[in-house]
Design a protein around this ligand. Structure first.
Ligand code: ZN
Ligand code: MN
Length: 142
């Protein structure tokens, strides 16, 4: 078990959440995958090992992880939320053909928050940016 999973499980235990084998599996899958899966994606990946687990169970567990601050929920206007266990500050590039989401960093953008705070007097808590385009794999398929 990697230390990230261990830490996340510790954190859950401290909030009084029981660690079931399913919860363990969902969390491990999320931490191991950098693909920003939907509840459905996780369901399809785990169904062979956990046939009794439903999409609803997975979704409820994901919501619980989000509330516990272990996972970030990403909404992009469609009705299937995606989940990201990488809590570091980063942005996402989204492929308009296959829906793939890829992480990237651009620290200079924090200047935007400072400028917004200065010009509006707001206590700025964050900002959101997505980049849209076609991923290299899809571009090659043409
Ligand atoms: Zn693509
Ligand atoms: Mn991400």
């Amino acid at each position: 078990m990697n230390t990230q999973v261990q830490e996340a499980l510790e954190q859950l235990k401290n909030t009084g959440v029981r660690i079931t084998p399913q919860r363990h599996a969902i969390l491990t899958f999320l931490l191991d995958s950098m693909t920003h899966p939907t509840a459905d994606d996780i369901y399809r990946a785990l169904a062979p090992q956990y046939p009794s687990m439903s999409v609803a169970t997975i979704y409820n567990n994901l919501k619980m992880f989000v509330e516990a601050g272990l996972v970030r929920e990403l909404t992009y206007g469609d009705n299937s939320s995606r989940f990201d266990a990488d809590l570091s500050s980063h942005y996402h590039a989204i492929c308009q053909k296959c829906g793939k989401i890829v992480d990237f960093n651009y620290p200079a953008l924090y200047e935007v928050e400072r400028a917004a705070a200065e010009q509006t007097g707001f206590a700025v808590s964050g900002h959101r940016m997505e980049i849209y385009g076609v991923c290299p794999t899809c571009a090659e398929k043409k």
